[in-house]
Ligand binder design. Structure first.
Ligand code: ATP
Length: 239
């Protein structure tokens, strides 16, 4: 990973009219680092990711490497190396698995060698997608659609991947599969920013975490520290 791919967020806020969903938060994601954001429903996690992608009104500073991301339009963010797996997957049910993947490579020509190579890598990472490449995405199970959403984001060859609740609605077995994928992506040097209500998964998939409540970051630490914290155990792990 080039040393410049550091995500630096300073004083990031998101307002929806009168609602302050995110209140001046600060964090960084270093190259190759996996950072998690946990918090209850409505804490502001999704709004934080959407702000990074330029999808909601925001204020504050967002830098990725040498780029001021607040000056980048939403449709150009992916081109700067930040990929996004939205909450709820949003695959195109009426298109084939392969078409869905190719849509993720919209930043470059479909027939380019690089796109073909990225497709091969997606099928290597998710063999089931290769087997079902000609099937309609709407025919896939929830877990397979989640894999497809991740594969689609990877098609643009991001250096930082933002994931919004990839475990949502999945069985414990499929959550393990997601964890295995996240570990493999880390091994390959990708930086990850993982938003989850599933704190257990997040602690296993990341090295460092933020805890959000009411739009603010109320705790930060290594994932191991937070996993053992009495308050976190009680509120987020139900122990
Ligand atoms: P979830 O687990 O549901 O994704 P979250 O932690 O991601 O929760 P957000 O979705 O970011 O939280 O929501 C933070 C706050 O902003 C909530 O109070 C929510 O009701 C509010 N909010 C989110 N989107 C909008 C919107 N488009 N307009 C107005 N308020 C919104």
């Amino acid at each position: 990973t080039p040393p410049g791919d550091m995500l630096t967020v300073e004083g990031l806020s998101v307002h929806y009219g009168g609602v302050r969903a995110v209140r001046s938060i600060d964090f960084t994601v270093a190259p190759g680092q996996a950072v998690g954001i946990i918090g209850a429903n409505g804490a502001g996690k999704t709004s934080t990711l959407k702000a990074l992608m330029g999808l909601v009104p925001r204020s504050g500073r967002i830098r990725f490497g040498d780029t001021d991301m607040t000056a980048v339009r939403a449709r150009d963010v992916v081109r700067h190396g930040i990929g996004y797996v939205p909450e709820g997957r949003h695959v195109f049910p009426g298109l084939t698995v392969e078409r869905n993947l190719l849509l993720g490579a919209y930043t470059r020509p479909w027939r380019s060698g690089r796109t073909r190579r990225a497709l091969g890598e997606a099928y290597e990472l998710f063999p089931v997608l290769g087997e079902m490449r000609g099937r309609l995405a709407g025919a896939l199970s929830g877990g397979q659609q989640q894999m497809l959403a991740v594969g689609r984001a990877l098609m643009a060859e991001p250096r930082l991947l933002l994931l919004d609740e990839p475990s949502m609605g999945l069985s414990p077995k499929l959550v393990e599969d997601i964890l295995a994928v996240l570990r493999r992506l880390r091994e390959e040097g990708l930086s990850l920013l993982l938003v989850e209500q599933n704190a257990k998964l997040t602690f296993e998939a990341t090295s460092d975490c933020l805890v959000m409540e009411n739009g603010e970051v109320v705790m930060t630490g290594t994932s191991a520290e937070l996993r053992d914290d009495v308050r976190v155990r009680r509120i987020y792990l139900g122990l």
